[in-house]
Design a protein around this ligand. Structure first.
Ligand SMILES: NC(=O)C1=CN([C@@H]2O[C@H](COP(=O)(O)OP(=O)(O)OC[C@H]3O[C@@H](n4cnc5c(N)ncnc54)[C@H](O)[C@@H]3O)[C@@H](O)[C@H]2O)C=CC1
Ligand SMILES: O=C(O)/C=C/C=C(\O)C(=O)O
Length: 492
């Protein structure tokens, strides 16, 4: 199928620092996970460039950006959204080149959300109100307390590879809307849409130093140099829980605010009274979307015993029907992000067998030929028969796989679903509205969907409990994180 070519084919993706694109120094290869071939080089930021980016962001706080009226800042965010939409096909091509994700996923979810994040936070910043209290004083004249929201300062944004533009802009948009400046470090696996975003910032006239982009790896590279930088004021991160621990250590040094969205081992619960077809279709999405590489995906599925066999059989039939392959040739599911991640997921497939699982479908590598033979594909996989304490039931796999277990009572399934070190999301499937409310509020997670999955309203709190994160982003929660409140007390 003809499509827009990858915008950086055979080029070196540059960093973007203080309003200039910088491609000097070492490079690392960018690999297309569909074929396993190198498609471009990426300029790795050295420590001096990271320092320069932080210094530029610091200067920009007191430049034209720091003096910009809210209405102008909001208008600028709107122009960023417009420019993403104007280059929609380039963004789609870049996201697919980096990740191999399906055309549907890129065109319906990732890239539209990139633009929507800027529009949402432009509107929220515009509508933001402040608190005011009239206070009593001994002389009877009183005082007025009112609060203002100042920017935090220089915000470090560290983002992962699974939903690259969506998750980067989910942090960049609110941070800018609150007047901060940014140094962003996208995943080394997915630098392309972030680099296009830097082009967009440049085109629409975001002042120099307000948005800086540095490429590189995590530990011992640009990621670590950024989050441990003394002149960064706050850190926002999405990725693996263990990385969150490392970043938290770095942040502790300067006692910096952090916002973390981390991993999940999310439960889906299908009650006997659920709309069976809706539950099957929804669970197909919640397990296999983006090749299972969304922190919100369901990896533990609990099904009421009377419908268990039917549910497993139907889900397996549909999983087997998923078409794997080239995103531009109508594939439902692409590869995993990399050969290394494929090794991790296949390790869990092998472990499942050792732990005594029944492999209902999948469990290996699909038989793809030609260019696709070098890609990081794995089969969509359904497991049953594991004990609740099996590692495959407890650890985040981050691939197209779920374990399905039967349950007998509401109390039992709530306890089992909550018996995890993670606490991000849950999906409940039931037609009993009282049960929906009753069970939802007992789930130990940040987000519960009932008869849906990944239905997002950007004003709602988003984040997790336990190992799944710290804090909430979304709507006013993002505005609160990305600003420093200050109270002013006027004695009358
Ligand atoms: N949202 C989620 O829940 C995600 C979970 N994962 C899981 O994490 C596993 C590892 O994937 P990675 O891409 O390596 O995720 P990661 O959490 O290590 O990487 C995410 C971002 O953090 C950066 N980073 C890594 N170590 C850092 C450090 N010490 N200091 C500062 N920045 C650092 C990376 O360069 C990248 O930009 C995957 O196999 C998957 O299971 C991966 C991506 C997203
Ligand atoms: O903000 C969203 O809609 C999606 C968030 C997904 C993640 O945080 C993730 O997969 O890491």
């Amino acid at each position: 199928m003809p499509h827009t070519p990858y915008p950086f084919a055979d080029r070196t993706l540059p960093n973007y620092v203080d309003g200039a694109f910088v491609a000097a120094g070492d490079t690392f290869p960018l690999i297309d996970p569909v074929t396993g071939r190198k498609i471009a080089g990426v300029a790795a930021a050295d420590r001096a460039l990271v320092d320069a980016a932080v210094a530029a962001a610091r200067r920009a706080l007191t430049g034209p950006w720091g003096r910009m009226a809210l209405a102008d800042r909001v208008a600028l965010l709107g122009r960023i959204a417009d420019a993403i939409e104007a280059r929609f096909d380039d963004f789609v091509a870049a996201e697919i080149a980096d990740t191999g994700k399906s055309l549907l996923q890129a065109t319906r979810v990732d890239i539209p959300r990139g633009a929507a994040n800027f529009r949402a936070f432009a509107a929220l910043a515009q509508a933001r109100s402040t608190q005011c209290f009239e206070s009593d004083t001994p002389d009877g004249l009183g005082a007025i307390n009112y609060s203002i929201a100042k920017p935090l300062g220089v915000v470090a944004v560290v983002s992962p590879w699974n939903l690259p533009l969506l998750l980067l802009t989910w942090k960049v948009a609110p941070a800018l809307s609150c007047g901060n400046t940014i140094v962003a470090k996208p995943s080394e696996e997915t630098p392309s849409t972030a680099t296009l975003l830097a082009e967009v910032m440049h085109e629409v006239g975001v002042p120099e130093g307000v948005f800086n982009l540095i490429h590189g790896f995590g530990a011992g590279s640009a990621g670590e140099w950024l989050v441990s930088h003394a002149d960064v004021d706050a850190i926002t991160f999405t990725g693996e829980s263990a990385t969150g621990t490392a970043i938290m250590r770095a942040a502790a040094e300067g006692v910096k605010p952090i916002s973390f969205e981390l991993g999940g081992k999310n439960a889906a619960i299908i009650f006997e009274d659920a709309d069976f077809e809706a539950a099957i279709a929804g669970t197909m999405r919640s397990v296999f979307s983006n090749c299972g590489q969304v922190c919100l995906c369901s990896e533990r599925v609990y099904v009421a015993r009377p419908i268990f066999d039917r549910f497993v059989a139907e889900l397996a039939t549909r999983a087997r029907a998923l078409k794997l392959g080239d995103p531009y040739a109508g594939a439902d599911m692409g590869p995993l992000i990399s050969a290394a991640h494929r090794e991790k997921v296949l390790g869990y497939y092998r472990l499942a067998v050792e732990e005594g699982a029944t492999i209902v479908t999948g469990g290996g590598v699909p038989d793809l030929v030609g260019d696709l033979a070098g890609g990081s594909f794995v089969e969509p996989t359904i497991l049953t028969g594991l004990a609740d304490d099996a590692r495959c039931v407890r650890e985040e796999i981050f691939g197209p796989v779920c374990h399905i277990a039967p349950f007998d009572s509401e109390e039992e399934v709530i306890a089992r679903a909550n018996d995890t070190r993670y606490g991000l999301a849950a999906a409940l499937w039931t037609s009993d509205v009282k049960r929906a409310h009753r069970v939802a509020r007992q789930m130990d997670v940040g987000i519960v969907w009932v008869n849906e999955w990944f239905l997002r309203d950007l004003r709602t709190p988003f984040g997790g409990t336990k190992l799944s994160g710290i804090g909430r982003e979304g709507g006013e929660h993002s505005l609160a994180f990305y600003s420093e409140p200050m109270n002013i007390c006027i004695k009358l």
